[in-house]
Design a protein around this ligand. Structure first.
Ligand code: HEM
Length: 420
């Protein structure tokens, strides 16, 4: 069969087909889009359609230009929402400056490199304990035994929530961020199949958000009575233009921090281990040369960013690469595609643990929403690899990973691993 017959064509591209994403990231579609249709109109069955930006430079430029590509006008989720629904789900992530700047200032200090580095010893001790237990077994699910445990333990310390609540918070996070996967959301709440209009005012259109609000409200009440040195207290005591956050604003902020910091880091570890075990020469290189760990962290984030995209809304007409994006149109920034853009990354389809420079888009790039937890995530991932080193040479995949049904979140639900 001629090679050309197997190459995709633009009319094949459907980035909303979640069954495709279960099989793997459709990199052949993204390569086609970067080459032939860098501003690509995507129809949606359950929406009014969106523009896809897939080239590195375009994603960075749109991230920077928040006045033209707003996070506030239509929110950052792909769903079409009414202005009331947008308002009711609006966390810091869904605001533009100047409001965004004022909200981010409340928590910024807790996430500086200095504040974050103070956690290194605790993170290391936790990883050492978790991995020494997990790798005693000859076969395990890495997601369940290792990747799920650590990020939420650290978040519990940051937010000041009891450690025993972590499994409950993880479960709520799974139900929200896995809102298009029946295994996580539950069949009746799968966002692209069920009619979830009654939940559209909630983050991720998920009823689990209500449970999270109930939880955070109780914790907030406790901190109001008895302040502590944690981020929850900072949110409760915050002064935004002479006002405190309302209870609802506080709940949304809490939910944002707990969800943004948990599964992203979890999936980076699972995607990272999968990449290392599938590229055994690079794994062996890393084992032989641990000094490569910092570059390996960034290569993992480039190779398989935990978030595939975020949405923006155009506030004015924009001419780009011969197409016209109209005011009000949805625009999707595909980090996962920009990370394989050959004009930015030589041999972009080669997994290279020594890659430098590596200005990937996993945390966004150049805009006001650049990941607040990037230092935290890098620290967690670096220490994870350092503590994984003694085992890494003896690990192999024991089956195929179970992938999340999502075009938003690059999730791995299970990763069977064998210890030799
Ligand atoms: C590997 C792990 C992580 C990845 C891949 C990741 C990725 C991202 C991305 C892509 C954005 C949006 C960037 C943009 O729109 O320009 C973001 C924002 C954010 N991230 Fe992360 N993140 C990770 C870990 C964390 C952690 C550990 C926290 C800590 C709690 C965190 C908290 C946040 C918050 C609060 C925002 C919103 C920032 C804003 O709106 O100003 N993230 N992250």
């Amino acid at each position: 069969m001629p090679v050309k017959a197997t190459l995709p064509e633009l009319r094949d591209v459907d980035l909303t087909d979640l069954e495709v994403w279960v099989e793997g990231v459709p990199h052949d579609w993204f390569t086609l889009l970067r080459n032939e249709a860098p501003v690509f109109w995507q129809d949606e069955v359950r929406g009014r359609g969106f523009w896809s930006l897939t080239r590195y430079d375009d994603v960075v430029a749109a991230s920077k230009d928040y006045e033209t590509f707003s996070s506030e006008t239509g929110g950052t989720s792909l769903m079409d929402l009414t202005p009331e629904q947008i308002e009711s789900r609006k966390s810091m992530l869904d605001t533009d400056p100047p409001r965004h700047t004022r909200l981010r200032d409340i928590v910024n200090k807790g996430f500086t490199p200095r504040a974050v580095n103070a956690y290194e010893d605790r993170i290391r001790a936790l990883f050492r304990e978790i991995m020494s237990q997990a790798f005693e077994r000859s076969e395990l699910d890495f997601v369940e035994e290792v990747a799920t445990e650590l990020p939420m333990r650290i978040l519990c310390e940051l937010m000041g929530t009891p450690l025993d609540d972590r499994r409950y918070l993880i479960d709520l996070g799974n139900r929200m961020l896995g809102n298009t996967d029946p295994d996580h959301a539950g069949e009746e709440f799968v966002a692209d199949r069920a009619d979830l209009a009654r939940y559209a005012h909630l983050p991720f259109s998920s009823p689990a958000a209500l449970e999270m609000f109930e939880y955070s409200q109780k914790l907030g009440d406790e901190r109001r009575r008895e302040p502590r040195d944690d981020i929850t207290t900072k949110l409760i005591e915050a002064d935004v233009d002479g006002d405190r956050l309302s209870v609802h604003e506080f709940n949304l902020f809490f939910l944002l921090l707990v969800t943004a910091g948990n599964e992203t880091t979890r999936h980076a570890m699972s995607n990272g281990l999968q990449a290392l075990l599938e590229h055994s020469a690079e794994r062996d290189r890393l084992v032989a040369e641990p000094a490569l760990i910092p570059t390996a962290v960034d290569e993992i984030l480039r190779w398989a960013p935990s978030l595939h995209h975020f949405r923006r809304t155009a506030t004015r007409d924009v001419e780009l690469h011969g197409g016209t994006i109209h005011a009000g149109d949805k625009v999707v920034l595909w980090y996962v595609s920009g990370n394989r853009d050959e004009t930015q990354f030589p041999a972009a389809f080669r997994f290279d643990v020594g890659r430098a420079p590596n200005k990937h888009l996993a945390f966004g790039m150049g805009g006001p929403h650049f990941c607040l937890g990037a230092h935290f995530a890098r620290l967690e991932l670096r220490v994870w690899l350092e503590e994984l080193e003694p085992y890494l040479g003896r690990l192999e995949l024991a089956g195929s990973p179970a992938r999340l049904r999502s075009n938003f979140f690059h999730g791995i639900k299970a990763l069977p691993v064998r210890v030799r």
